[in-house]
Design a protein around this ligand. Structure first.
Ligand SMILES: Nc1ncnc2c1ncn2[C@@H]1O[C@H](COP(=O)(O)OP(=O)(O)O)[C@@H](O)[C@H]1O
Ligand SMILES: [Mg+2]
Length: 570
């Protein structure tokens, strides 16, 4: 974590220096308070009068003011910029991680790491660390001063030290574990909120508000439980320290009073001794708090480090050089199971040979592995056995981002970003010109409906904007793909969720998009794939039939014929 501070080390060091001198001048204060008392009672040996001491006190005050002002600002620079860097690094890491990472981790948990855990870190660097150092400085200078002036009393005070240190270590362990599990439960509550708010329509349609509310309350219960447990340990620790400290202070008062009575000490010395002891006591007391705060933040940094230590598949920022490819795709005996569900083979020996410019279709029952084939082609998951090649080159040997830039995919369920229609289309090729944008909208049959909105291309979609129909979203996705101008196109049930009328418009847009490209069409409705070059029929992760529509229809016992019969009868 310190590496995040390094770029701002001069501010940090400057802050530390101010902290150092600030604490030192502060420590002169109790001494001068004692001098005031001694001058007043006529026992001072320094030979200063009250006004001179008053003047020194004013100078100290001014110095204190300037130094603490600068120190707070400089430390804020370090913590704010450092924390922004930590957040950016986490996000940079996250966005470069492979999809299966996100199947293992829930989104709410990840966002809580980037917000909650980093927040803790920020408060450590902006405040806690500085205070800790300040108190330690006060402690050291105070003790040194006391040891020199009043060694006997000071040794008594120091004897309590080991007790406090052992106590802190003991409590620290528990606090660390508890704070970890508290962060975890808090992340779980975030997850519930995010999931339900994202799917609010489903929640309402199933009238599961109460169910979700209870789920949230249960999770919140866990948070409260661990928080209270945490509070108990902190409270116990605070009490422990207060008792020890006040015991020591009372004893010192009593002992010091005796020394004044014996004339082995002046009133002024007692005054400064008591002031120092009080300050030192406060310093020790706050150490406990800082200690638990730092330990808590450390628990958070472990969760942050977990992400930072993951291996990315794409190093952001990435330079994409789109390769020129013909689009000859081959699958050779590919076996695959999902990392999240090992021992459940999803693809079992897939062979495909798609020549440049050919259009092939994958059909088969839901769950037979069609989308999985597309995912592997996009290199979203590593497969266990077999080889996939593009133009004869093993795709695993190509630069990942360059390789993926060959493709565009139009999925069944198009999710748009919250911004404008323009932004959503430009997602396919962020640098495209206005003319290209218009052309893409025209090709995808979306220009008319976009222009029918008062704001046209600047219409906000999604949150707080208009909701687009399935067919409209699909056409935006097609416009995206047109702008991307991919060598290979993947349509994953792109029209399955549409009604007959919008399917017609979308289908027409798709035909235009397909022209001159290699394409893999995953289709539910067989009517849409009659003219493709080859149809592969999948069953349980295996290709059981292949051929053109006419060939497969002839084979009456076959799965394709059965599927076709089922569909055309309806
Ligand atoms: N991300 C995933 N993790 C684990 N299993 C998955 C995942 N996606 C799909 N599966 C499983 O893999 C099988 C094939 O799924 P899929 O390729 O989506 O089928 P299709 O697209 O033909 O309907 C199914 O049994 C499905 O449950
Ligand atoms: Mg699918």
């Amino acid at each position: 974590m310190l590496s995040f501070i390094r770029p701002y080390r001069w501010h940090f060091i400057g802050g530390l220096i101010l902290l150092f001198f600030g604490s030192l001048t502060f420590m002169a204060f109790p001494y001068l308070a004692g001098e005031l008392a001694d001058v007043a009672t006529g026992t001072s040996k320094l030979g200063m009068d009250l006004n001179q001491i008053g003047l020194i006190l004013i100078v100290i005050l001014l110095l204190q003011g300037v130094m603490s002002y600068l120190r707070v600002i400089w430390f804020a620079v370090v913590s704010e910029k450092g924390v922004a860097d930590v957040r950016s690094s986490i996000y940079q890491k996250l966005i470069g991680l492979p999809v299966y990472f996100f199947e293992r981790n829930r989104v709410g948990d990840l966002t809580s790491r980037i917000s909650e855990d980093v927040n803790r870190l920020s408060s450590v660097f902006s405040n806690t660390l500085a205070e800790l150092i300040r108190q330690v400085l006060i402690l050291i200078t105070g003790i040194v001063f006391l040891m020199v002036t009043t060694p006997r009393l000071s040794l008594t005070m120091l004897a309590t030290f080991p007790v406090i240190v052992v106590g802190a270590m003991f409590f620290g362990r528990y606090v660390r574990n508890l704070s970890r599990s508290r962060q975890k439960s808090l992340a779980n509550t975030n997850t519930v909120v995010e999931e339900t708010l994202q799917n609010i329509n489903t929640v309402k349609a199933f009238t599961n508000e109460t169910f979700e509310y209870n789920r949230y309350k249960t999770e919140m219960g866990h948070v409260v439980k661990t928080s209270l447990q945490l509070a108990k340990y902190r409270a116990a620790f605070a009490t422990f320290i207060i008792v020890v400290l006040f015991g020591v202070i009372f004893f010192i008062l009593w002992y010091g009073a005796k020394m004044v009575q014996d004339h082995t000490m002046t009133i002024g010395q007692l005054v400064s001794f008591i002031s120092y002891t009080a300050i030192i006591g406060a310093a020790i007391g706050s150490l406990g708090n800082f200690y638990t705060e730092i330990v808590t933040a450390l628990g958070g940094t472990e969760r942050i480090r977990e992400i930072l230590n993951e291996t990315v598949e794409v190093n952001v920022p990435v330079v994409v050089n789109r390769p020129k490819v013909k689009g000859h795709i081959r699958f050779e005996d590919v076996y695959f199971e999902y990392p999240s569900r090992p021992d459940m083979p999803v693809l079992r020996g897939i062979d495909l040979d798609i020549l440049p410019g050919q259009k092939i279709a994958l059909v088969g029952q839901s769950g037979s592995g069609k989308s999985t084939i597309a995912s592997l082609l996009m290199r979203l998951y590593p497969w266990q056995k077999g080889q996939i090649t593009l133009d004869g080159i093993d795709i695993n040997t190509m630069d990942l981002s360059a390789y993926r830039s060959v493709y565009a995919i139009v999925p069944q369920e198009v999710l748009l970003f919250g911004g404008t229609i323009r932004e959503n289309i430009l997602y396919g090729h962020p640098g495209a010109s206005e003319d290209e944008l218009m052309a893409a909208a025209r090709t995808s049959n979306s220009l008319d409906f976009i222009q029918s909105f008062p704001d046209g291309f600047d219409t906000i979609v999604g949150e707080r904007g208009i909701k687009l129909s399935g067919g409209q979203r699909q056409r935006i996705a097609i416009a995206r793909a047109v702008l991307r101008n991919p060598a290979v196109l993947i349509l994953d049930e792109a029209t399955s969720s549409l009604d007959a009328e919008s399917e017609k418009v979308v289908q027409e847009a798709l035909e235009r998009l397909l022209e001159g490209r290699t394409a893999i069409i995953i289709a539910h409705r067989l009517a849409t794939i009659r003219n493709v070059d080859c149809i592969y029929v999948l069953e349980d992760g295996k290709i059981v039939e292949k051929g053109t529509h006419d060939q497969l229809s002839l084979h009456e016992e076959g799965l394709y014929a059965a599927l076709a019969k089922l569909q055309f009868d309806i």
